[in-house]
Structure formats: structure tokens, C-alpha cells
Write a protein of this length. Structure first.
Length: 434
């Protein structure tokens, strides 16, 4: 029943640090099940989805410990369960990623069809067809995927759509398969490359990560290692948008500028000053975002990487609601990712949805109102709108935001936002430092 209360209209200023990648860490955590030993991960974000995956791995027999400094230890020596807890899989889509490691190490798996944010159809067909190509016998009925294989065998796989989730899942499964697996039309997201680097450190043989063709030569075993997760480009991008919508001046720390190129170029097109500070575009560094009060309208097409990230179109729609002119934002990744628009309309945004596109006419001012986050990234859009709006904005559905943004309120307060978190059943008890 927690809510976030924002008093808007304050330009953000100062420095904020991005956490480790949510999507990257989830894929790597699932892959830890492939090693018979203790793996140590660093830069793991303290967010709801990570806690869910940690609980999942524990239920499967792994020993999992997460420390305050972002270090996580996963010992999969006792990994022996071939059925994943249904409630956890239905809670978070990435829990489905344990299916491949189960097959690769144990030869059998029973996993519920996954849940997560309600943003449209995200079929598991890409996952299951890929596993079938590797020799698994797969049956889907009564809401569960049941699969078994005496041994996974390398094979050519073609993905109809470059799904990042399916790509990382199939790389993980193929790492211990016998022979060579070729994944065509693979996703090229930075998180795919991060997983491939992690598996390679464990002893896997992987080529082509980050391109449309990935080749995995299976090995007999993988060893436990120590590995640091890349920074979260979506969290970093969200803070860049928050700085821009408030006309602020913010330095984002622990970011790989090259991972944010589509967003940064669009922000520059809108009139924002962007200064990346890094020895190399693919190295961890800083990004400074300095924005005028009024931005220019622009068009955005959300696509798989290296296109504009679908996970950033929602806060960008909030930003464009205050830009001069009319913008068109189209999402080619998910067909139902504009459900949050009705909540933006409550704070005065002039947005209408036509199919997979949002038509955004900039207004002079947004006005604070009571709104509800319908999913994780919709929550980010409402945070952005609330920070720029006149008056107070109360946001419910905070549990969605907690899935992907760790210590959000303290981070916002450190860069000047007037924001508190409180329990709706006990309004007097503020949780502003949670």
C-alpha cells in the first residue's frame, strides 16, 4: 500500500549513480545454475525482480546470498529441482529463464508459463522452439511447460523476432549442449553481450554476441567465477529523461555512454545538452544532462537494439508531453505498451493512442493528480510527469516501480526532488528514505 508523493516543478541538479543492470543480472543469475560451485557476482541491483530470482534459485536448491554492497554469491552445487515454483514464475517473466539450465544440467524441467508486466503478448514460442531444436521434448498444457532431454544437442536456430529474453535463454542452454549451436536473427542488446562474456569467463565458447548471428560451441562443464554486472542503461536513461523534463543539470555516474546512444541522440534532437565523459563509448563513465525548460517535439520508433529502447518510450512520452509541437511515438516491440496513457492524461498530458503509436501534443504545464502505475516503466513515466507537474502528484502501484528502480526516492532526493514515500494505510508514517 505504499505511495510516492511528489511536489513538482523543481529542476533536478547534482549527481546520481546507476545501479547494475536488471535484465543483465537476471540472465546471469539463471546461468549461474550451469556451474557446479560458488559464483560471485558484483554490481547486482537491490530491486524486487532480483529478490524474486534469488528466491527462485533458492527454491531450486542453490544457496544464494546478497550483500549490501551489491555482491551476490550463488552456489549451485546442490541444484537438483526440476520444477520451478509456480507463484514465482507467474510473478516475473525472467523466472522462465531457469528452464534451459534445468534441461542442460538435470535433463528435465516443469515451469509455469510466465507472468510480469501486462504490456502485451510476449510468447514463449521463441524459447520453446529453440529448445526443441536443441533436442528437447517440449509439451505445453494446463499453463505449464514440461520438457526433458537426455542431452541437448547443438543445432541451427532462427528467431522470428530478435527477442533478448529468448536469445539469452538459448545461449545459456546451448553452452552445455553437445556440438555447435547457431542462433540467427539474434538480439544484439548489451545484456546479451554481458551474458556471453559471463559464460565465456566460465569456460563457454561463444562468438558473435552483439551481432545477428551467435555461434555457441558446447562444452562439457562450466566453472564458477567472479563477475561484475554492467550498469543498467534503462535506469541511467530514465534519470537522463528526468533531468531533461525538469530543465535540470544532472551528472549520471556509472553508465556506459555507448549503451545509451539512441536515447542521447534523441534528447539532443529535442534540445538537451549531452556531455558523455568516458575513455571509450563502451567503457563505464559519466553522462552530463543539461536541459532548457522547453524542449522540441520529435518522433520516436521503439525497436530492438540498436533502435530506441522500448523500456524508455514511456518516460519519453511524459517528456514530450511538455515539448513544443506534436510528437509521434511508435512501439514496434510490444503492441499494448500504451496502457499508461490514461494516467498521463490525468495530469494534463494531451496524448491519444492510435494502434501502436501515441500522438503527443505538447502542453504548457502538467498539473499534479492522483495516478497509478500499471507496470514498471509506466511507473517511470508517472515519476517523470510528477517531477515536472505543478502541485502534488500521488503515485500508487509502487510495487511495480520497485521491480526495476532501487532506492528511487533517496536517489531523487539527493538530486533535489521534493519526494517522499509513505504507507497509504498510515499516512503519518513517511518512508522517504526507503
Amino acid at each position: 500500500m505504499d505511495k510516492i508523493l511528489i511536489r513538482g516543478g523543481i529542476p533536478l541538479s547534482g549527481s546520481v549513480r546507476a545501479s547494475g543492470s536488471k535484465n543483465g543480472a537476471l540472465a546471469v543469475m539463471a546461468a549461474c545454475l550451469l556451474a557446479n560451485g560458488k559464483t560471485t557476482l558484483q554490481n547486482v541491483p537491490d530491486i524486487g525482480d532480483i529478490a524474486t530470482m534469488a528466491e527462485m534459485l533458492s527454491c531450486l536448491g542453490a544457496e544464494v546470498s546478497l550483500y549490501p554492497d551489491g555482491t551476490m554469491c550463488i552456489d549451485a552445487a546442490k541444484f537438483a529441482a526440476t520444477e520451478a515454483p509456480e507463484d514465482l514464475v507467474r510473478k516475473m517473466r525472467a523466472s522462465f529463464y531457469v528452464l534451459g539450465p534445468m534441461l542442460a544440467r538435470l535433463g528435465a524441467a516443469r515451469v509455469a508459463l510466465p507472468g510480469g508486466c501486462d504490456i502485451g503478448a510476449r510468447p514463449v514460442d521463441y524459447h520453446t522452439r529453440g529448445l526443441q531444436a536443441l533436442g528437447a521434448h517440449v509439451k505445453i498444457e494446463h499453463g505449464f511447460v514440461e520438457a526433458y532431454a537426455e542431452r541437448l544437442i547443438g543445432a541451427p536456430i532462427y528467431l522470428d523476432f530478435p527477442s533478448a529474453g529468448a536469445t539469452t535463454h538459448l545461449i545459456t542452454a546451448a553452452a552445455l549442449a553437445e556440438g555447435v549451436t547457431t542462433i540467427e536473427n539474434a538480439a544484439a542488446e548489451p545484456e546479451v553481450i554481458d551474458l556471453a562474456n559471463f559464460l565465456s569467463a566460465m569456460g563457454a565458447r561463444i562468438e558473435g554476441a552483439g551481432t545477428k548471428k551467435i555461434v555457441v560451441e558446447g562444452v562439457h562443464e562450466l566453472k564458477a567465477v567472479q563477475y561484475s554486472i554492467i550498469p543498467d542503461r534503462i535506469e541511467a536513461g530514465t534519470y537522463a529523461i528526468l533531468a531533461a523534463i525538469t530543465g535540470g543539470d544532472v551528472v549520471i555516474e556509472s553508465v556506459i555512454p555507448g549503451h545509451l546512444t539512441p536515447l542521447l541522440l534523441k534528447l539532443q534532437e529535442a534540445g538537451v545538452s549531452i556531455t558523455p565523459i568516458s575513455e571509450h563509448p563502451e567503457a563505464v563513465g559519466l553522462v552530463r544532462v543539461n536541459a532548457p525548460r522547453r524542449l522540441r517535439a520529435l518522433d520516436i520508433l521503439a525497436m530492438p537494439h540498436p533502435g530506441f529502447p522500448t523500456d524508455l518510450q514511456q518516460p519519453m512520452v511524459a517528456l514530450l508531453a511538455l515539448a513544443d509541437g506534436t510528437s509521434v511515438v511508435t512501439d514496434q516491440v510490444f503492441e499494448s505498451r500504451f496502457k499508461y496513457v490514461s494516467e498521463l492524461q490525468r495530469v494534463g498530458a494531451d496524448v491519444r493512442v492510435e494502434g501502436r503509436s501515441a500522438i503527443v501534443r505538447g502542453v504548457q504545464q502538467l498539473s499534479g493528480a492522483a495516478v497509478a502505475a500499471t507496470d514498471l516503466r509506466a511507473g517511470a513515466a508517472l515519476i517523470a510527469a510528477g517531477l515536472a507537474a505543478d502541485g502534488e502528484t500521488s503515485i500508487s502501484g509502487v510495487e511495480h516501480i520497485d521491480r526495476g528502480y532501487g532506492a528511487l526516492v533517496p536517489k531523487l532526493r539527493r538530486i533535489g526532488a521534493d519526494v517522499v514515500r509513505y504507507n497509504a494505510e498510515r499516512p503519518a508514517q513517511l518512508l522517504s528514505m526507503v
